[in-house]
Design a binder for this molecule. Structure first.
Ligand code: MTE
Length: 326
């Protein structure tokens, strides 16, 4: 996390924002007919973002109308910024290192194990793991504990659907996620900088909330490795470190596990990690955030309680003192 201060990511040169093109393209794809679609589709593709073309498009992704807020759509972060300013410590501690160092991560075949306190445990190849679910496109705010933020059109499905299939037993209280452990592919796992494999967890009711999302893509295409391919969690009302990448294990447990950042610095990165602007990090304020890609001197924006999802999630915590929920 913010162990050192980092320079701002350079402002990209393109005058056409990928997000505009993305939405034009989506609307167009929905409306256009065969031949026209092919010819114009290619044109838009090339204008969209050269770097994104490296990533195959996911088939049959439908925008979920409940998560297509018009205001957020206008604020979508450029694909280039989402995929080049990353935290993925298995590949390095600088923001540009995950992109440089993760390109050889082998994401196929990829096995995900669902186990622990469930009636239906299983080990699945990724393609079988996602097969039962309709992939949807959801635009979410994303807020890093380091006080930068972005707006991302994720592709995936609600975690709740997977849990419904796995059938947690009555003893299950937490869902624990682990990233692949393979130091030959993830070089920083050879260091003792963090307790590997990266581990995160949610209370079962948090995991069952409709907003908790398993993502396999972004901007309609498969996830870049640096963003957590082939499968990551997205929990938009919590700081970004809860959104664990490159998941291989989902385990239902009775006890609350120790999470990676909690083990490293419990006062700075505790279990709940809900975005609460009034609760400062011990070393910096959480009242405002820098918008990724907006330039170093741009005005910061105010951080919203629960990152803008208060109406949806506050009831999960009604018996708690909010300040203890950070
Ligand atoms: N997952 C793993 N396995 N390793 C990591 O280092 N970093 C976390 C989270 N998930 C991390 C991880 C942090 S600190 C953030 S802010 C987000 O991923 C960043 O996601 P992004 O790079 O897609 O923006």
């Amino acid at each position: 996390m913010l162990l050192k201060t980092r320079p701002q990511h350079p402002i990209a040169s393109s005058s056409i924002t990928p997000e505009q093109i993305y939405w034009q393209r989506r609307e167009f794809l929905a409306a256009a007919s065969g031949a026209l679609l092919t010819s114009m589709g290619l044109g838009l593709d090339s204008a969209w973002a050269a770097s994104s073309k490296a990533y195959p498009e996911l088939p049959q992704v439908k925008p979920n109308p409940s998560f297509q807020d018009a205001e957020l759509k206008k604020k979508l972060t450029r694909f280039e910024d989402i995929s080049s300013y990353n935290n993925f410590y298995e590949f390095g501690f600088d923001k540009d290192e995950p992109k440089k160092n993760s390109q050889n991560l082998k994401t196929k075949p990829w096995t995900v194990k669902v186990h622990g306190l469930v009636d239906k445990p299983g080990s699945y190849l990724l393609e079988d793991f996602i097969k039962p679910y309709a992939l949807e496109d959801r635009i979410y705010r994303f807020r890093c504990v380091e006080a930068w933020s972005m707006v991302v059109p994720w592709v995936g499905f609600p975690l709740r659907l997977l849990l419904d299939q796995a059938k947690p037993t009555s003893k299950a209280k937490f869902v624990t996620f682990k990233t692949l452990y393979d130091p030959t592919q993830m070089p920083m796992q050879m260091s003792r900088s963090l307790d590997w494999p990266y581990t995160e967890a949610l209370r079962l009711d948090e995991a069952m909330h409709d907003l908790s999302f398993l993502a396999v893509g972004v901007y309609g295409r498969i996830l870049p490795n640096q963003n957590g391919a082939p499968l990551r969690l997205v929990v938009p009302w919590k700081y970004g470190y809860k959104s664990i990448k490159s998941i291989v294990s989902i385990e239902l447990t009775a006890e609350r596990p120790k999470t990676t950042w909690e083990l490293k610095a419990p006062d700075e990165y505790p279990f709940y990690s809900n975005v609460l602007p009034e609760v400062s990090h011990p070393r910096w304020s959480q009242k405002t955030e820098r918008i990724l890609g907006s330039g170093f001197f741009s005005k910061r924006q105010e951080t919203l309680p629960y990152n803008g999802y208060e109406a949806e999630v506050a009831s999960l915590y009604k018996e708690f003192d909010r300040r203890k929920l950070y």
